[in-house]
Every structure is written in structure tokens, then in C-alpha cells.
Design a protein around this ligand. Structure first.
Ligand code: GH3
Ligand code: MG
Ligand code: MG
Length: 281
């Protein structure tokens, strides 16, 4: 399986495309698109590490395609290398101004093109790794609290703009200290990982965010989900106490109040005797 990188070549010039393809025959996955529309359609499923962008066919220009990629949060960080004609400083400047990362000038010098593309693939992968490390909790692989706090603010804003509601479930493993005391911390860690995997499996909808909020506390953010369904999802767990809060935020809603309400409901669940859900009605 090719693993040196995924390259999307978007160019209407089939001779140039074949030449570029021949430079990446070994170890790379290459997908070609003739028009800008085709290129944009392929990107979500192909998830390229780098895009080589020439004179695309169709109604969009290469610069339009680049602008669309840069405007979308999901694709903004993909390096875009424009294919530009020789001795045309104006074209190079315009491509870089449109958000291009670099330019590959014709006629191609294969060793230079390959070295540049490889460098950008490496950079892209290093960046993805850093992003993963900065958002993931190392023990459980769930999102960490920092990422959750950021997503909470973003989702409350989004719900406010689209007049939608959202819900938050705070989960806390019951009597986990006793489990550790009986079985040791390493067994506790394994148990926690299993609990996290189980919880994660219950929230499969795109956009659901499951995070490790603290030691044995998990926070689940459910966009476009009202109180009742959120409560039903929380009922799925039997050895955990859960607090559910929901809001249909306005422009000045404070994301922290959603967290606060879920936390208070969780506290009530603990004082009610644990293994239960409070809130979401
Ligand atoms: P309650 O039902 O009131 O929530 O009781 P509890 O024992 O779960 O709550 P308490 O807050 O007294 O203790 C939490 C325990 O979670 C203590 C700590 O040792 C354990 N814990 C937190 N993080 C980790 C971890 O990463 N690994 C392990 N093994 N244990 C952890
Ligand atoms: Mg706790
Ligand atoms: Mg606990």
C-alpha cells in the first residue's frame, strides 16, 4: 500500500499531468482531476497531503479552487502548489497571494518537483501529528479538556447563529477510587480505557465530541440534540453517574453555563445514590 503521501493533481493539461504522474509512480497515491469542480469534489474522500494546481478546466480558475480550499476549516491546512509558466513573476505572485503555498514552474525539473512535493508532504504530516497530540488525551485517546473547551465555545456560537439547541452530558465513573484501591492503578487505567471506548461507541453521530474532562470524568457535547434524546443516550451507562444540560443559546449565552448546569446535575446524581442520570427533562 502506497504510503509516501497522497497527491491530488488538478490540471486541464493532460501532457503536464502525465509528466507529473510519472514522477510519483512509486510509493505515492496520485489522483488526477481535470476541472476545479472535480478537484473540490474529490478532496473530502481522497484527503490529499498536497494539491498540485494548474490550469483547471471548467468554470473555476485554479485561484478560485485555492480560495475555496483555504476558506474551509477542514482543508485550509493542505499545501497548495501552483503550476506556473516559466518567467512569469506576476503569475507566481498572484498564486501566492491567492493562498498558494509555493509554485512549481514549467518546464518541470523532475528532481526539484519531487523534492519539493516530498518536503510539503512531510511538513503536512508533522503538522497533523502535532494537532493530534495537542487535542488528544494520551491515556484514553479521547479528546482532551483543552480541545473540548474550545469546541464548546464554537458549538454554542454555531447553535446560536443557526437557532439550534445542543446538549452536554458530564459523566463520572462511580466509586472509581475503590476500584483502584482494590485492583491497583494499572488495572484502574485499563478499566478507564475500556470505559472510554464503551462511552465513545455510544456517540457515533458526526459532530459529537467525547472528551476526558478530568481524571475519571468525561464530557460529551451533542450538537443539535435536545434534552430528551441526550438523556436517553446518558441512560445507556449503568456504572456511571451523569448530569445532562441543554440550551438553545442566544448571542450572549455563556458556554460555561452549559458546563455548570451539567456539572450541578452530575453532583445531584451522585447525592441521589449514583448510577443514575439527572437532567434532560
Ligand atoms: P464517586 O462515585 O463519588 O465519583 O467516587 P470516586 O471514587 O469515583 O470519586 P473520587 O473523586 O473520590 O475518586 C476519583 C478516583 O479516580 C481517584 C483517582 O485515583 C481515580 N483516577 C483519576 N484519574 C485516573 C487515572 O488516570 N488512572 C487511574 N487508574 N485512576 C484515576
Ligand atoms: Mg470524579
Ligand atoms: Mg467518580
Amino acid at each position: 500500500m502506497a504510503n509516501d503521501g497522497r497527491i491530488l493533481i488538478a490540471d486541464g493539461d493532460s501532457v503536464g499531468v502525465s509528466l507529473l504522474c510519472s514522477m510519483f509512480e512509486d510509493g505515492f497515491e496520485v489522483l488526477c482531476a481535470k476541472s476545479g469542480e472535480d478537484a473540490l469534489n474529490s478532496i473530502a474522500s481522497f484527503r490529499p497531503d498536497v494539491v498540485l494546481l494548474g490550469n483547471v478546466a471548467g468554470s473555476m480558475s485554479g485561484r478560485d479552487v485555492c480560495a475555496r480550499l483555504k476558506a474551509d476549516h477542514g482543508t485550509a491546512s493542505i499545501p497548495v502548489l501552483f503550476i506556473t509558466p516559466a518567467d512569469n513573476a506576476g503569475a507566481e505572485e498572484a498564486c501566492l497571494a491567492a493562498g498558494g503555498t509555493d509554485c512549481l514552474t514549467k518546464p518541470f525539473r523532475p528532481a526539484v518537483v519531487r523534492a519539493r512535493v516530498c518536503s510539503y508532504i512531510e511538513l503536512r504530516r508533522a503538522r497533523e501529528n502535532i494537532e493530534l497530540l495537542s487535542t488528544a488525551d494520551p491515556l484514553t485517546g479521547l479528546y482532551n479538556r483543552r480541545h473540548f473547551d474550545r469546541m464548546l465555545i464554537a458549538e454554542v456560537r454555531r447553535a446560536s447563529r443557526s437557532r439550534d439547541c445542543l446538549s452536554l452530558i458530564m459523566l463520572d465513573v462511580d466509586r472509581f477510587k475503590a476500584y483502584n484501591d482494590c485492583n491497583g492503578h494499572l488495572a484502574g487505567d485499563e478499566c478507564l480505557k475500556l470505559v472510554c471506548r464503551t462511552v465513545k461507541k455510544n456517540f457515533r453521530r458526526l459532530g459529537d465530541i467525547v472528551a476526558r474532562y478530568g481524571g475519571e470524568e468525561l464530557a460529551v457535547l451533542l450538537p443539535s440534540t435536545g434534552a430528551e434524546p441526550a438523556r436517553m443516550l446518558a441512560e445507556g451507562f449503568v456504572t456511571i453517574s451523569a448530569g445532562v444540560a441543554s440550551m438553545a443559546p442566544g448571542a450572549d449565552s455563556d458556554p460555561r453555563s452549559l458546563l455548570d448546569d451539567a456539572d450541578k446535575a452530575l453532583y445531584q446524581a451522585k447525592t441521589k445514590g449514583r448510577n443514575c442520570v439527572v437532567g434532560g427533562k
